[in-house]
Ligand binder design. Structure first.
Ligand code: URP
Ligand code: ZN
Ligand code: ZN
Length: 470
């Protein structure tokens, strides 16, 4: 069995930091020991990785990605192969992507289609949530089957996108009741879609076609209202609720109030909502802002949303940072919406940069080292039934390890990133840290800025139930 020893590093966990060496045997972590503890074992190891002056952390878990997702007449530009290689470069060793069922389609066919796309292609491990785009009796039965037999224990519903993924309140309540019966997690895209559609039609009627109107027609109130409504429906159904890609301060406040009342309500945000804004990015002149169209939309920095989200991460009102990686190229894809913002495919790609961008929040004092690991690695594992296989450096856990160099630097650019995108939403952003070495289930997959893994190394993760539920 291949043995790898990681020496001299500072191990960061969700509960703090400690100097320790880490011994990997085959695909799992064998033991952690005080520095030098494994000196006699070292000569028997195939590799000894020197982590002196570096951090040793669990592999990142990105719990929200969309590889090859069809959207608006095109499809997200990363395949499972290109997207998971990019993830590996960024220190993410597990992704959870979204299989899709649309109205009228069979849920199990949707899941099978996503298995077919991913099988044999992924460079790191992967699991699936299931989007339920048509809640009916058959879909509810399928939820039970997926949770009981397929390792798919979380289901995303949409209060937005009428005619595509949208569920009305009655459908949402029924799916939540089923989620409650199963102990499964209901994930919610919380924006009031029918109201947004009215505002979009009115804006286009006034000739307001530029990308910034994407945000101006999705006002904070419609994220806040939908989030509150989802929380109330979950309360009635006695179901846990996980609100995805939150960008509005007021919506996060609704989650915080529910949590203060003891509800199983959790919030997720993404790097784009922490770093990017309506004024500086989406409202750029010409068509450049199209690269920043995503939903929920980027919010105004003048209104203080970004600061509020960092604060909520510190106070655990927000629990997880995922990317909502849904990349589209400007050429031929974002360009579909030239002259009509509503036709710009929604999504930003950043699966490669999540760990770095969040680490920059450590450098600037927004979050602690332990919180970095907690929101990017440990909580995603616990929330989505992967803990302690993933998300922690402990004996018996998968040997997913990142050596992170706090003295290194990362300059983000489309010229150097590995995602299949012809632009970067973070072009020119400098991070005071660098992913040094990445190990996925005992295999070194990134070293010296080179991919040393292989498509097909990544295995499907059949997940258990959340460990956050009452
Ligand atoms: O803009 C986004 N978020 N695109 C991906 C689909 C979704 O709603 O998560
Ligand atoms: Zn969504
Ligand atoms: Zn998404």
């Amino acid at each position: 069995m291949t043995k790898i020893l990681i020496t001299g590093g500072t191990v960061i966990s969700a509960s703090g930091t400690t100097r320790a060496d880490v011994l990997l045997e085959g695909e799992t972590i064998a033991a952690l020991g005080t520095p030098g503890f494994f000196a006699t074992v070292a000569p028997t190891c195939e590799r000894v990785l020197d982590a002196t002056a570096k951090y040793v952390i669990p592999g990142g878990i990105d719990a929200h990605t969309h590889m090859e997702m069809p959207f608006g007449g095109t499809a997200a530009s990363d395949t499972f192969e290109s997207g998971t290689i990019a993830a590996a470069f960024g220190g993410t060793t597990s992704i959870i992507d979204f299989a899709i069922q649309r109205t009228g389609e069979d849920v199990r066919d949707g899941l099978a289609a996503w298995h077919a796309k991913a099988a044999g292609k992924c460079a790191v491990d992967y699991g699936f949530h299931q989007i339920i785009g048509g809640v009916d009796d058959a879909a509810l039965e399928a939820m039970t089957y997926l949770a009981d037999h397929e390792g798919v224990t979380s289901f995303k519903l949409f209060m937005a996108y009428p005619g595509v993924f949208y569920s009305d309140d009655g459908q949402i309540l029924r799916a939540m009741q089923r989620g409650a019966d199963l102990g499964a997690t209901i994930m919610m895209h919380a924006e009031n879609g029918p109201a947004i559609d009215v505002l979009v039609a009115q804006a286009l009627g006034r000739g307001e076609t530029a990308p910034k109107y994407h945000s101006l027609t999705r006002p904070v109130e419609l994220e806040e209202e939908a989030t509150h409504r989802a929380i109330m429906l979950a309360k009635v159904a006695k179901a846990p609720l996980y609100v995805v890609h939150m960008s509005a301060h007021e919506a996060v406040a609704a989650v915080a109030r529910a949590r203060d009342m003891g509800a199983n309500v959790f919030g997720e945000t993404c790097p784009q909502y922490l770093y990017l804004s309506l004024e500086e990015h989406l409202a750029r002149s010409g068509f450049e802002g199209a690269g920043y169209v995503c939903s929920t939309p980027l919010r105004s920095r003048d209104e203080g949303h970004q600061d509020a989200l960092w604060r909520a991460l510190r106070t655990n009102d927000l629990s997880i940072v995922s990317t909502d990686h849904c990349p589209f190229c400007m050429k031929d894809q974002k360009e579909l919406g030239r002259g009509d913002f509503s036709k710009i495919p929604n999504g930003i790609g950043s699966v490669e940069h999540r760990m770095d961008l969040l680490y920059q929040g450590v450098v600037t004092g927004e979050i602690s080292l332990a919180r970095w690991v907690e929101v990017a690695c440990t909580t995603p594992a616990r929330m989505f039934g992967l803990y302690p296989q993933k998300g922690v450096l402990a004996p018996g856990s998968d040997a997913d390890v990142v050596i992170y160099d706090p003295r290194g630097t990362t300059d983000i650019s489309a010229a150097t990133h590995h995602m299949n995108m012809d632009y970067s939403a973070y072009e020119g952003v400098h991070v005071d840290g660098r992913v040094d070495t990445v190990v996925s289930r005992g295999r070194v997959v990134v070293e010296n800025s080179t991919f040393t893994g292989a498509p097909g190394h990544g295995k499907f993760l059949a997940r258990g139930l959340s460990q956050y539920l009452l």
